[in-house]
Design a protein around this ligand. Structure first.
Ligand code: AMP
Ligand code: MG
Length: 360
């Protein structure tokens, strides 16, 4: 997550919802309003966490609808501060004081525990102490060179999630990372934030929400027409908004990691922003994109990064093991795709060139 300013601008507000709306970004929404029902919609757009955030916030209560936009703006800012390592905040403090116990908000230790569990279950494809390496490469935040091997090796020595410790006593939470380590929850926090925001919005009177945090979509309820939302999946080789598949979902997150995201281009080679804790280099993956559908946005986000890093063969094996995880993978040849059985009937491929295999 980066330190971009959080600006908000209204595109329109408080108009009774009438008809279909097209949603831009990595995922596209198509929906229609149910006739005879008055719903009030506020649309939000803002920049935070290094990405464009857009939302459709819908409530049957006009007054409540008016306030939803402000709530998103405030909470996004709070949550970004909670999990960022790029500016002052509790995790920034944990990194600054590596080797010491630091008191933190219990939501941080909870997410850290989840991150450790995914690290273990993914054989470290997902590694929450990747921070020292991220800081050497700086992909997506100013890095434009391949770092010296000795710098990569020095950073790699500090990458080991088993050194993270957490503690909870009388609702006071503390954590400690190894001396010189750097924790980075960037690959899981956005998913957590999406789910947390939909819960906040529901408590504030929203009934239907689609929230797009730069490719991480979080949904509350169904579409205003009373059907599942149709979330479009970006075609990795085409400009933003061009989709190759649609996933039906409601009351859950739909998260996509793609090779087309942040990267460095150097001497004809492309270096992506997901790094390998084995080699210290950006992962060489044969996956073009991974989409995960799950009630728990953090779980979806963390596994999305992990499976993307693993590559097709290992990721498809993992899908067969973790039958309750709803995964949809597109090969870098853009011709083969795999979907978990548990979401197979909810994924529709629009591109006739793509052959889909259901993983049982
Ligand atoms: P995501 O966009 O969710 O895949 O998260 C990518 C971000 O996670 C990067 O920008 C890094 O901050 C961090 N990251 C990079 N490589 C890894 C990795 N192997 N495991 C966990 N986090 C990573
Ligand atoms: Mg992720």
């Amino acid at each position: 997550m980066s330190a971009l300013p959080n600006t908000t601008f209204r595109i329109f507000a408080r108009a009774p919802l009438l008809a279909a709306a097209l949603f831009c970004g990595l995922s596209t929404l198509v929906s229609a309003a149910e006739e005879g029902k008055t719903l009030y919609e506020t649309q939000y757009q803002g920049l935070a966490m290094g990405t464009l955030i857009t939302a459709r916030l819908i409530s049957p209560d006009a007054k409540a609808a008016q306030k939803l936009e402000e709530l998103v703006s405030e909470r996004v800012d709070d949550y970004e501060t909670l999990f960022t390592v790029h500016r002052e905040g509790p995790l920034y403090e944990v990194n600054k004081r590596s080797g010491e116990w630091v008191e933190v908000d219990c939501r941080i230790t909870e997410l850290t525990e989840k991150a450790k569990a995914i690290a273990e279950a993914s054989d470290r494809a997902f590694e929450p102490t990747i921070g020292t390496l991220v800081n050497v490469w700086k992909i997506g935040f100013g890095g434009d060179q391949v770092p010296a091997r000795r710098d990569i090796d020095a950073a790699l020595k500090k990458v080991d999630y088993t050194k993270i410790e957490t503690q909870r006593e009388d609702n006071v939470c503390r954590m400690r990372i190894g001396k010189g380590q750097s924790i980075d929850l960037g690959a899981i926090a956005k998913g957590w934030i999406g789910t947390a925001l939909t819960q906040d919005l529901e408590a504030a009177g929203a009934t239907n929400v689609i929230l797009d945090l730069g490719g991480n979509v979080a949904l509350l309820g169904k579409s205003p027409a009373g059907r599942a939302w149709n979330v479009g999946i970006q075609r990795p080789d085409k400009e933003r908004g061009q989709i190759f598949a649609v996933v039906k979902a409601f009351d859950e997150s739909v998260i996509t990691s793609g090779a087309y995201e942040r990267k460095i281009e150097k001497d004809g080679k492309s270096y992506g922003h997901i790094l390998s804790p084995e080699t210290g280099m950006p992962v060489a993956t044969d996956i073009a994109s991974v989409t995960i559908v799950d009630k728990d946005g953090a779980r979806a986000d963390g596994w999305c990064t992990a499976l993307f890093a693993m590559g097709v063969e290992k990721a498809v094996k993992k899908m067969a093991e973790k039958k309750d995880l709803g995964v949809f993978i597109l090969d870098s040849d853009l011709k083969r795709a795999w979907v978990s059985k548990c979401i197979a009937d909810r994924v529709k491929i629009l591109d006739p060139e793509v052959k889909l295999t259901v993983v049982e």
